[in-house]
Design a protein around this ligand. Structure first.
Ligand SMILES: [Zn+2]
Length: 448
């Protein structure tokens, strides 16, 4: 008989429909699956609750695990501030990629996934390097991870991953860790990858029946460069190269015109929206309202540790709302419920995981997060007609308020601590790896 857990008497936001909440409510989990969600009395009376281990969720929000739809593991946090995007790529990011080793890359994933998990993110899509190590640490931590190698083939970018290394990762990790770890096909950037690379990447995604992820239209410069080189805007060029599809997720999408949005809609391509990164790198505001009106699937992404500088999706929700408000000068956009949807079921849809996770519904995997609301910054807590928990989660909470996390029914964070590893050891490993990386980067720069 699988173990049963009753997460009892919390404020449950199942994200299964518009503005549904159970206050107070409970969630009953059996093994890796949610079997019931509803008002506390209803689940107390459910015969299946008998003998279940009870987790008291009083004073906590109980929400679906969050999805980070665009992340780069990394160790450059806080190093490249106040530079232009392309200067920063040249001075920090590219030399660091050249200096990267499998061991350093693995230490970076261990750090980033630990940070993600303890801040309530149960699913990450990570574009990174040497991802066998990422798969190993995702398995160790128990997080859901979609691995996307950084593939590039244009001259001067030969230090990235290749279609061959992406294929090897697909062969070994198309799905692993009972389905929690998956591999997609990754393309670094329009200007880093040849047209043939795009076509081969899409053919490979189809061959393995998997997804494809890339960046686009982050800066105005990039759009101008695409027009100059290809005579088309970036998303039109993606369409021309055959990579827009229901299996494709494009990060950023800041500078899309109406025709590009229409191409995204027609092809069923999803967006990973990274508001903090877009603000920090002065990229601009994506047209999120227009994307949602067009029916695009939109999930939230943190982008990397260097352009955020955290991978906390609870923080990202606030940025997502505020950026929409200030861009449109309309305070009615960026409603907390809409933003919560983007971070949960919206992200799951973008990652083609909505049949598995993204909401708290019977039959779905138990990816569940509790957020402690008994804090000064989330007081007062109002119920009924004045219900303010969605607003607290989006505007007041941060990842540090997360108490418990389950992924596939496994309790992986308790009392705010990741259970399967020693966090002090994770930080020490990351510190040593970063020192080695910076040493190696200095040697790369000296060679120039
Ligand atoms: Zn990125």
């Amino acid at each position: 008989m699988p173990t049963r857990t009753l997460i009892r008497n919390g404020i449950v936001l199942p994200m299964s429909g518009p503005k549904v909440s159970h206050d107070p409510g409970s969630v009953l989990v059996e093994g890796d699956t949610i079997v019931a969600v509803g008002p506390v009395e209803q689940l107390d009376a459910d015969p299946r609750s008998e003998g279940a281990e009870i987790v008291d969720a009083s004073g906590h929000a109980v929400i679906p695990g969050l999805h980070n739809c665009h992340l780069h593991s990394g160790l450059l946090r806080g190093t490249a501030e106040s530079m232009s995007l392309w200067d920063w790529l040249e001075a920090y990011v590219d030399p660091a990629h050249k200096a990267m080793t499998p061991e350093i890359a693995k230490a970076a994933s261990l750090l980033c996934y630990t940070e993600a998990l303890r801040s309530g993110t149960t699913s990450v899509m990570d574009m990174w390097r040497f991802m066998e190590g990422s798969a190993e640490v995702a398995d160790l931590l128990g997080i859901r991870a979609t691995l996307v190698p950084y593939v590039a083939d244009e001259e001067g970018y030969d230090y990235f991953e290749t279609l061959e290394s992406n294929r090897r990762l697909l062969e070994s990790h198309r799905t692993a860790s009972e389905g929690r770890v998956r591999t997609w096909v990754g393309l670094e950037h329009l200007l880093y990858c040849s047209p043939q690379c795009f076509r081969d990447a899409m053919a490979m995604a189809e061959e393995f029946d998997t997804g494809l992820h890339t960046h686009s239209s982050e800066s105005i410069w990039e759009v101008q460069e695409s027009l100059k080189r290809f005579g088309r805007r970036p998303i039109e060029e993606f369409y021309n190269r055959g990579i827009l599809s229901e299996r494709t997720v494009v990060a950023h999408c800041v500078w899309l015109d109406d025709r590009e949005i229409e191409l995204m809609r027609q092809t069923g391509t999803a967006v990973a929206h990274c508001p903090c990164s877009n603000m920090k790198l002065s990229s601009g505001p994506a047209r999120i309202g227009d994307f949602l009106r067009a029916g695009l699937d939109v999930g939230l992404g943190s982008d990397g540790e260097k352009e955020n500088n955290s991978v906390d999706i609870i923080d990202e929700m606030k940025f997502a709302s505020l950026l929409q408000k200030v861009t449109t000068l309309d305070p009615t956009v960026g409603d907390p419920w809409d933003i919560l949807e983007m971070a949960t079921i919206g992200g799951a849809r973008a990652l083609a995981l909505e049949s598995v996770t993204g909401s708290l519904e019977p039959g779905k995997r138990a990816d569940i997060v509790t957020v402690d609301l008994r804090r000064p910054h989330m007081t007062p807590l109002l119920h009924g007609a004045d219900f303010n928990v969605p607003a607290h989660l989006v505007f007041s909470a941060s990842g540090a308020d997360v108490d418990d996390v389950w992924v596939d029914g496994h309790h992986v964070v308790a009392g705010g601590s990741v259970l399967r590893i020693d966090e002090a050891e994770v930080m020490a490993t990351a510190q040593a790896a970063a020192e080695e990386l910076f040493e190696r980067r200095r040697a790369v720069l000296a060679e120039k």
